[in-house]
Design a protein around this ligand. Structure first.
Ligand code: UDP
Length: 492
């Protein structure tokens, strides 16, 4: 090992092609670049335009950050031509083809490692083979999971102790053992691959992910220590993993354009959106958005509409309509109750498509966030100091809900209980009464709501301090960069 003080560290950033992974990874690359590291983001032709303007803006500020495009073998892997993102897979069964295409990226990545000789690669959890690719070139691979310490700990507890196997039904409550808090769950909230174990393809993939995690240099976390200290400790000490919490990474988006165009250009003009919010009282608006991949049936959308109207609170409701959701686009308006938009004029703003989420959450009129508890959204809500109405749907979202409602106590649930992969039809519809009750509780100004609001606001302040100079996340990134410099192999 040897360090050269004048050598500029060069790091590759390789996210899987889905918004919830690309958005934070681009932020992370920018954080490294802002510290003088040369950052190269690796992606495919159709994904690059989603963040190329953001990267250009940063390059213009003098940062060394760039995008390197490698072709995506869609057709070779049995996917339709142009299918380069998980969101654009036409048939849920094709997820295996998508993973196959990801595996086929190993050879081009290794060629790139050979040509460019970076000092480290930060690669997505879903690219477990990058641990081996990095090892071949003697550089560390850092894993990016894009979730909370809390959910990694819960997931590990369930896998290790399998408490759900001691229940007689999917609705019987059990406790996830060995954790700092009593976290209660029911079987229907657990992912298929936890229940079906390694039999299914996704379960096998997760085994590879876990095994590669253990052999990697460590884990880069989009979290901050003060948010979940007991779980950060549990993860690193009890589970023996090395981790650097450097978030909330979204807070690197300080100017309006960065916020408005994060992920992709918003479907609403940012000034129109801001002036609509400007016309509302502080903390009066509920922002409703379920991330970048979820989709609801018309029946479920109707329940949401009825609940929002009945609750009487102003709202911004994001309903995505884009080429990736063609089936919903076709009967786009059928879910709206008769005369809904006319009645909601001035009271509710419906955004059809991509919303400028950070702008909305940061606006003082926004006083609540109905979220599916995707980790990015959860942490963005926390960073903005906004309490939440929780409605988990899939992935690790039911665990994140427990963090929000039970550990941090900054949210109320609508009563969702059914884990169902983003591509499958749901059996249960969450009824309007449950949704309305949670909205009224959060937005109604009662004592419980005010306590949640005050805790959320406090956490928002701590989040902002964590990424400021000398804050915990800032210091962790400094320490990591230092360590990578020391680890750097002297080049011959
Ligand atoms: N997002 C956005 N506008 C939208 C929908 C989502 O900016 O209309 C962003 C959101 O801010 C977050 C990401 O997309 O950064 C979604 O990630 P998350 O982990 O919350 O959920 P996922 O999409 O992975 O389910």
């Amino acid at each position: 090992m040897g360090s050269e003080p004048h050598h500029q560290l060069h790091v590759f950033f390789f996210p899987v092609m889905v918004q919830g992974h690309m958005i934070p990874m681009v932020d992370i690359a920018r954080l490294f670049a802002a510290r003088g590291v040369k950052a190269t983001i690796i992606t495919t032709p159709l994904n690059a335009p989603l963040f190329s303007k953001t990267v250009d803006r940063y390059t213009n500020l003098g940062m060394e950050i760039s995008i390197h495009i490698i072709p995506f073998p869609s057709v070779e892997a049995g996917l339709p031509e142009g299918c380069e993102s998980i969101n654009s897979i036409p048939d849920p069964k094709m997820i295996q083809n998508f993973f196959k295409a990801l595996n086929m990226l190993q050879q081009p990545l290794e060629q790139l490692l050979q040509e460019q000789g970076p000092d480290c690669i930060v690669a997505d959890m879903f690219l477990p083979w990058t641990t081996d690719a990095a090892a071949k070139f003697g550089i560390p691979r850092l894993v990016f999971h894009g979730t909370s310490f809390f959910s990694l700990c819960v997931s590990d507890s369930l896998r290790r102790y399998e408490p759900h196997k001691n229940t007689t039904s999917d609705t019987e409550t059990f406790v996830a053992p060995g954790l700092p808090d009593q976290i209660e769950l029911i079987g229907s909230m657990l992912p298929d691959y936890i229940k079906g174990e390694t039999q299914n393809e996704f379960g096998k993939k997760m085994e590879l992910v876990r095994e590669a995690d253990k052999r990697s240099y460590g884990i880069l976390m989009n979290s901050f220590y003060e948010l979940e200290p007991a779980y950060a400790e549990h993860y690193t000490k009890a589970m023996g993993m090395k981790a650097w919490p450097i978030g909330p990474v979204s807070l690197c988006n300080r100017d309006i354009t960065d916020k408005a165009e994060r992920g992709r250009k918003a479907a609403i003009n940012e000034h129109e959106c801001s002036s609509w919010l400007d016309s509302k009282q502080p903390n009066s608006v509920l922002y409703v958005c379920f991330g970048s991949v979820s989709r609801f049936s018309n029946a479920q959308l109707l329940e949401i509409a009825m609940a929002l109207e009945a609750s009487g609170h102003p709202f911004v409701w994001v309903v995505r309509k884009d080429v990736e959701m063609s089936s919903m686009a076709e009967d786009e308006e059928k879910w709206l109750p008769e005369g809904f938009e006319e009645r909601m004029e001035g009271k509710g703003l419906i955004i059809r498509g991509w919303a400028p989420q950070m702008l909305i959450l940061d606006h003082e009129a926004t006083g609540g966030f109905m979220t599916h508890c995707g980790w990015n959204s959860t942490l963005e809500g926390i960073s903005a100091g906004v309490p939440m109405v929780t409605w988990p749907l899939f992935a690790e979202q039911f665990y994140n809900e427990k963090l929000v409602t039970q550990v941090l106590r900054i949210g109320a649930g609508v009563g969702a209980r059914e884990w169902s992969s983003s591509t499958k039809e749901r059996k249960e519809t969450v009824k309007r009464e449950g949704i309305e009750k949670a909205v009224r509780l959060l937005m109604g100004g009662g004592e419980e709501a005010e306590q949640m609001r005050s805790r959320a606001s406090g956490l928002g302040e701590i989040a902002k301090r964590a990424v400021e100079e000398n804050g915990s996340s800032y210091a962790n990134l400094t320490a990591l960069i230092e360590e990578l410099r020391l680890h750097r192999q002297p080049k011959t």
